[in-house]
Design a protein around this ligand. Sequence first.
Ligand code: MOS
Length: 682
Amino acid sequence: MGAPAERREGRQKVTGAARYAAEYAVPGRAHAWPVPAAVASGRVTGVDTSAALALPGVLAVLTPGDAPRLAEAEDATLAVLQDPAVPHRGWCVALVVAETPETARAAARAVRVHYDSRPHDVNLSEGHRDAYAPEEAGGQPGTLEHGDPEAAFAAADIRVDVAYRVPPLHNHPMEPHASTAHWDGDRLTVYTSSQGGTAVRSVLAKLFELPEEQITVVAEHVGGGFGSKGTPRPDVVLAALAARHTGRPVTLACHRRHLPTVTGHRAPTRQRIRLGTDADGRLTALLHEVTTYTSRVKEFVEYAAVVSRTMYATPALRSAHRVVPLDVPSPSWMRAPGEAPGMYALESALDELADALGMDPVELRVRNEPDREPGSGKPFSSRNLVRCLREGARRFNWADRDPRPGVRREGPLLLGTGVAAATYPVMVSPSSAAVEALPDGTFTVRVNAADIGTGARTVLAQIAADALGVPLDRVRCEVGHSELPPAPLAGGSSGTASWGWAVHEACTRLAAHPGPLPPDGLTVRADTTGRADADSPYARHAFGAHFAEVAVDTVTGEVRVRRMLGVFAAGRILNARTARSQFTGAMVMGLGMALTEGSTLDPAFGDFPETDLAGYHVPAHADVPAIEADWIDEDDPHLNPMGSKGIGEIGIVGTAAALGNAVHHATGIRFRELPLTPDRVL
Ligand code: MOS
């Protein structure tokens, strides 16, 4: 375990042999194309399908009036074509099914939808009259307060009172959401692009009122998700509805332009941070107040203030959210929901505080290390933030840094460096797994895990080989099929810990089997409960430190990244190669958040204009410089049998703050709204 084993499906992927959800050409299959609502609020009063149906090759147009009925959906974004109400622009108001995707697309344009539209509101503001304090944010209380933060802040020797803004951000996985569905009588099979096939099956079972045994869900290869495939999305429901309605297998491959409105996004945040300290830079008050929006369909709170409950020692804390329901597409999980925008604001404010105190920003963080988690009062199972900061500072030659802003010139360029901390909670869910010992001395591990490009198969085989005490090449691993033992999603950086725990348990039991194995082999299955966060006597989090160097062009306003270094403490690293890829991949996503990514809600139409990768700018290779991720050895006995913390999300946490702090160090100007595009910086 820990070896840099190569991804097992790598060759299949680069040769095109790996099949994705839209590539299951089930005989006789048809293709579906949604018709997105053209208004942001109101109801559908009629759908004229005649021109669409007249096109050769069109099989059907499903509308809210005639689509098959679904049972009530727990996730209201899945109640598609059930109701004429339009909660936001882009909501699916009709679905065309045709012989080819091209025909379906053309026919979707020919569908005429009539609306009774109402005025809409997509404008987020702190003082919005509908703003309310949510009960919950990210499974935690929406507001947490101790001490008397307002009074403590007012009495502080040094005060920083700043506000940061993060725009809407979009997941945009390389493989857009796609599903292929077919019915065989009352048996439903779907091939879908999902971070968790077990949940897809149970949700479809409820919606279509079928026993789970009559549903098969296959998600063998998944081209990324970043949270947007963490729960079933409308594509799988629509494909199943269309297949039932037409009696044909149906593929719905979402066009990238549909993703921003129907698959979830990171809601924008307005964050006010107040930090008060004594003259030595010890925090006496920390107030982190977040305003964000949710849709009319369901409540999702981007829980950006939660990080302030974990990071720094303070006798007075206020961590609070307010949310405004608007006529916007439903936000949802995007890589490190809460932590990514929250740590951008908190770690930028820490940098402002270091300036105000005339203190080195690494030393300021070290000085405010807590002995217990401030929010919960629990001891940390392990917390090696200081070691990450020290090790990163050493490797980045931080000691040689001139703290003065705006003084390093290289022709028209201004140069600067910045630092920020990272954190992400340790989560784990119940899972099951089975291992079969075969007569030829090899083993097959089975678990309905999702490999979303992270290398899940590979690391699970490593965990199994380790527990069995056999070489890695004797272990096969099957994932991504609902006939396999049920397992939780690849999300919350919890997949490997959850599935791996069950795999470890099954393999340990098999290894302990007394005497020779039966000649036809032996299968051992394990069901693990994990250990819910709330039950642990420990606060369990991964930590990290980011260091960044930028060059800011004073002529064009362009920010170029020169170097990025992330040092993480995330328990035991189970595969050095795929772990490094997770860390650096997330750091690149943080680079995008800092410099290029962001969308706007157009107040006239109530929708995002930036719907494709020409309008929504993810970093290209040329934007990504020398980027390095490494980790320190951490031995934490309070986690799981592998001793691992999650690594999928922490890399994006803090990256944008490190880059923003470097831009300040370069220019002497503090920008407080992302992304730092040339028009803002100039
Ligand atoms: Mo992650 S946003 O939990 O897939």
